[in-house]
Design a protein around this ligand. Structure first.
Ligand code: SF4
Length: 325
């Protein structure tokens, strides 16, 4: 197992707040909340351009799970100005943002678009002390890790966000993702070698996933030394392969109660110093097809905390004791 960089929160999860939230982590580390400004490089993904697959993962929309801003002709500086204005409504002065290169695979097909964009983005570090870059594990290289590590001299924190989504390679094939668990571990090791903080993305409820699929994702993420985690439920978005499968009745989506219990189980085995960035996914209403009967993300969040309180448990109460080695 890899040792993860640690930024201990003075307040451990407790009955009052049974998980280590991103909001509390940011406040302990930077003295304030920061909000993500999503940036779209307008690149692509090996699972769309034919390198590892065509058409993308079954749940991914045409914007590569991002804003689609670049495709609509909005340049990076304009995306940043618009995003900063939005986050400034709740944080009028001082550091306010996390610069998040979200769409597609930011380190693919080569590092030139990201490198050029980072040269531009470094000028925004006063407003955005955190840089976050999302990519697929199989698109991460020693050169990509080195490029991100160089940014540590400008940004106070540099996060790399890897999609794991399933720890079962058979399910990777079923969902047309075409990455592997081995590739995830390799990418995490490269990030560790450069002292980058890793955030992992998980999905509960993928077709073909076993009942303990989310627990396995958490176990593998802990073993890989991640610092943060995002939990997502499977959602059906318009213009995806999953939408066609759902319309044909081929997909069973999780009920909200089942999801709440799955995430509560996963939180119990998640070490308490790992930061929970997100407890459920949300999508723009105009893109969202199903499920339609779920409560709001805030209510799902509240229900997960309530489930832990009802159980009398906390994040990490069933995690292996002691630091990871
Ligand atoms: S790897 Fe990411 S960007 Fe590529 S198709 Fe899958 S979800 Fe979309």
């Amino acid at each position: 197992m890899l040792t993860r960089p640690s930024h201990p929160d003075p307040e451990a999860p407790s009955a009052a707040l049974p998980i280590h939230t991103l909001g509390r982590h940011l406040k302990a580390r930077f003295g304030r909340r920061l909000r993500r400004v999503m940036l779209d490089l307008g690149t692509t993904c090996p699972n769309r351009d034919g390198t590892s697959g065509f058409g993308g993962c079954i749940y991914c929309d045409v914007h590569g799970s991002g804003t689609g801003a670049a495709g609509e002709g909005e340049d990076l500086a304009s995306q940043w100005r618009t995003g900063l204005a939005r986050v400034r409504r709740s944080q009028p002065e001082g550091p306010a943002a996390i610069l998040y290169f979200q769409s597609y695979s930011s380190t693919w097909p080569d590092l030139n678009p990201l490198s050029a964009s980072l040269a531009q983005a470094r000028a925004w570090a006063e407003d955005a002390p955190v840089l976050a870059v999302g990519t697929r594990p199989d698109c991460f290289s020693p050169e990509a890790a080195a490029l991100l590590a160089e940014q540590k001299s400008t940004f106070k924190a540099v996060w790399v966000e890897f999609g794991l989504e399933t720890a079962d390679d058979r399910v990777q094939g079923l969902i047309g993702r075409n990455d592997t668990l081995a590739s995830f571990h390799k990418a995490c090791a490269l990030a560790h070698d450069q002292g980058l903080e890793i955030i992992v993305h998980t999905i509960a409820g993928l077709p073909g996933e076993k009942p303990d699929g989310l627990l396995r994702q958490v176990e593998e993420s802990v073993a890989a030394g991640v610092c943060g985690i995002k939990f997502h439920q499977l959602m059906v978005l318009r213009k995806t392969k999953l939408a066609s499968m759902w319309k044909r009745g081929e997909v069973d989506l999780l009920e909200p109660g089942a999801y709440v219990n799955m995430v509560a189980d996963a939180l119990e085995i998640l070490p308490p110093d790992i930061v929970v960035h997100r407890l459920s996914a949300a999508s723009p209403p105009e893109n969202h097809l199903a499920p339609l009967d779920w409560p709001s993300p805030a209510k799902v969040h509240a229900n997960i905390l309530a489930a832990l309180r009802t159980r009398g448990t906390l994040q990490g109460c069933r995690a292996h004791a002691g630091p990871l080695k």
